[in-house]
Design a protein around this ligand. Structure first.
Ligand code: SAM
Length: 288
């Protein structure tokens, strides 16, 4: 029997109606209905027989279906229990395991160890837009043993993740991403490829995870505290942002900035990751 074309809107409507499924706006449920886009996401993920894929939010299963065909194993984490019945009708693949859980609460390091022994693990997803940032921050902060992340996100979010220094999109999350990965926007996607249609356009962004962080610092927590403090009030100069938020004297911050060869009157958005690294190290040296 031919495989069901899950990306077909007609097939999707029929199956979802059969199970009485109702789209949840609050769970960010916009399902892909374009086979070309699904193919392109899988292509960007560069999957083969050694790949293990962790998918966040399989939804109806359009992307999951192709991932199961291309990768050795797929583990998908879906928060919406009401999709369990639908999946019985759409996703019968021996190399697929679906966990009905909130991804933000999953111990992903353990999951990777338990499920993907020796495989080259990649995260591939069309992310629920209401929690894109917490999901990406969780992935970066928990330091999974993965080689790549390929995710569909809101276009504006992709631009922030991939921003250049000095632009209005550049911020704390850009630097968190740069610290661990090389990013590249693989394509932008119109809202017409989803059911129901979201209000905004989307983009697929790929992160190649670096073997070790891009810069070496004395204390990673201080680096991220410095970055967050510098962007928490974008109009503040770096000296004011840091002394207010880190609760350290202006004298100490000034000394640290001068030693790091940074103008204390500059704003955070003008500083590169390397410069934040130098500031962080100079602060640590003065408080330890
Ligand atoms: N992958 C499907 C596709 O491309 O058609 C669905 C993508 S849809 C944008 C996002 C999916 O994430 C939905 O199925 C939604 O129920 C699920 N989701 C929302 N919050 C979640 C969470 N905290 N953990 C896991 N899945 C979640």
């Amino acid at each position: 029997m031919d495989e069901i074309k899950l990306y077909s809107p007609k097939v999707m409507k029929e199956i979802l109606d059969k199970y009485g499924f109702k789209f949840s706006k609050s769970l960010g449920q916009n399902f892909l209905i374009d086979g070309n886009i699904v193919n392109k996401i899988a292509e960007v993920a560069e999957l083969d027989e050694n790949s293990g894929v962790l998918e966040i939010g399989p939804g109806f299963g359009t992307l999951t279906q192709l991932l199961c065909k291309k990768a050795s194993k797929v583990v998908a984490v879906e928060v919406d229990e009401s999709l369990r019945e639908v999946h019985k009708g759409t996703l019968n693949y021996p190399n697929l395991k679906i966990l009905y859980r909130d991804f933000l609460k999953v111990d992903v390091n353990k999951l990777i160890e338990d499920e993907f022994n020796g495989m080259d693990v990649k995260i591939v997803a069309n992310l629920p837009y209401y929690i894109t940032t917490p999901i990406i921050m969780k992935i970066l902060e928990e330091k999974y043993k993965i080689s790549k992340i390929v995710v569909m996100v809101q276009k504006e979010v992709a631009q922030r993740l991939n921003a250049k220094v000095g632009t209005k999109e550049y911020g704390a999350i850009t630097l968190a991403v740069q610290y661990r990965s090389d990013t590249n926007i693989a394509m932008t996607v119109p809202n017409t490829v989803f059911m129901p249609r979201p209000k905004v356009d989307s983009a697929v962004i790929a992160f190649d995870i670096l073997e070790k962080p891009r810069i070496e610092v004395l204390d990673e927590n201080m680096l991220f505290a410095v970055i967050k403090s510098s962007f928490s009030q974008r109009r503040k100069t770096i000296i004011n942002g840091l002394s207010n938020n880190l609760k350290l004297s202006k004298e100490l911050i000034n000394e640290a900035l001068v030693s790091a060869a940074i103008d204390p009157g500059i704003r955070g958005e003008k500083l590169t990751l390397e410069e934040f690294g130098r500031i962080s190290d100079e602060i640590i040296k003065r408080i330890k």
